[in-house]
Ligand binder design. Structure first.
Ligand SMILES: *Cc1c(COP(=O)(O)O)cnc(C)c1O
Length: 366
């Protein structure tokens, strides 16, 4: 690869598109004649205003976000959203229903339980998250304020083939590790959020897409000012100093995705890429995928070898060959290849060739 870069299979922070990094570099010291870097710029300046407005407009066009939804940029990553969602959408001591499909939905669920009567209405814990729980007829409570899902479980490698029927309640989705990986019908959600360091830009920021009427829900006056969606919406994400650099980089990626053909083109490439890896894993005698076919993520692919020793050996050999960050999450073990939007198909093909060669050597040794 150019610049001696490696194929980086990290789950996050993760790869960004190379043309975007090059463009950012070209603007680093003097942004478009402003005489300064975006890192040095007032967030109230007209130059930054334009960066912010263009980023929002490009994201709106890319996802076809209807006018009655607000786009917010909030610091604190995905994790702060685990608290903001219940604090803003559920009355104090109210009810909310969660589907537990892996690590990240379980964390969000535990956080929300601090603030009200929050229940798990389905859980994949019984099968160790190798499949989604049955969500065909959910016991959604009559007075639940919302139904919460993590649409792509980054650690366990699961995704929803179809959205659940929430029986009229608003759907809240954590899309952190699949944001902009395929077209999304925003109208089906009340709120979408995504920590951007998985599939978009540098860490330190979450994008929140929220239906405007949800901003009017009455919330506890004790809720800290920074944790109120209404405050961020009222000030166009400029209540305090935002992560200007992060917004700028994300804006570059939004524009890049629009110019390369948008989210249906992105989805086509992602499906093609993931198929290369899953096809190999399903035919391998050494490695196997962790998740049942119908729930497999296109972004995060956890897999196992026959023994933990082989896994350790494979991760080390892969790193030496220029395939970085393939070690599985410590809670799951095995290997994991995160193949987000910015991972080129050649990277996945090269990885599969490496794994094939590794397998052949192991089998000969056995
Ligand atoms: C990484 C991740 C988070 C947490 O994001 P931070 O920005 O580290 O707080 C939340 N949800 C999902 C699905 C993630 O992948």
């Amino acid at each position: 690869m150019k610049y001696d870069r490696v194929y980086n299979f990290s789950a996050g922070p993760a790869m960004m598109p190379e043309p975007v990094l090059e463009e950012i570099r070209s603007e680093l010291l003097n942004y478009r004649g402003s005489g300064m870097s975006v890192m040095e710029m007032s967030h109230r300046s007209p130059v930054f205003q334009q960066i912010l407005q263009e980023a929002k407009a490009d994201l709106r066009a890319l996802m076809d976000i209807p006018e009655d939804y607000e786009i917010l940029f909030i610091q604190g990553g995905g994790t702060v959203q685990f608290s903001m969602v219940p604090l803003n959408l559920m009355p104090r001591g109210g009810k909310a229903d969660y589907i537990i499909s892996g690590h990240w939905s379980r964390l969000a669920f535990k956080e929300a339980q601090k603030f009200g009567d929050v229940q798990a209405i389905a859980s994949g814990e019984d099968c160790h998250f190798s499949a989604l729980p049955d969500y065909s007829d959910l016991p959604v409570r009559e007075d639940a304020s919302y139904v919460y899902i993590c649409e792509n479980e980054t650690i366990h490698g699961l995704t929803y083939p179809t959205l659940p029927d929430t029986k009229g309640k608003i759907l809240v989705a954590d899309q952190s590790s699949m944001f902009l990986s395929r077209p999304c019908d925003v109208r089906k959600y009340g709120l979408i959020f995504a920590g951007v360091q998985k599939n978009v830009g540098p860490a330190g920021l979450a994008v929140v897409i929220i239906r405007r009427d949800l901003l009017d829900r009455e919330i506890d006056p004790q809720v800290p000012v920074y944790l109120r969606y209404g405050i961020h919406a009222g000030q166009d994400s400029l209540y305090n100093t935002p992560n200007c650099w992060g917004i700028y980089c994300c804006g570059k990626v939004f524009r890049y995705l629009r110019e390369m053909g948008g989210l249906s083109e992105m989805a086509r490439r992602n499906e093609e890429k993931a198929a290369v890896l899953y096809r190999y894993l399903d035919s391998s005698k050494l490695f196997h995928a962790a998740v049942r076919k119908e729930y497999r993520s296109l972004m995060n692919v956890p897999f196992f070898a026959s023994t933990p020793e082989q896994e350790t050996k494979a991760v080390a050999a892969a790193k030496a060959a220029g395939f970085d960050n393939l070690k599985g999450h410590r809670t799951v073990g095995g290997l994991r290849a995160s193949i987000y939007n910015a991972m080129p198909k050649e990277g996945v093909e090269a990885l599969v060739q490496f794994l094939r060669d590794f397998e052949a050597k192991e089998m000969k040794g056995a």
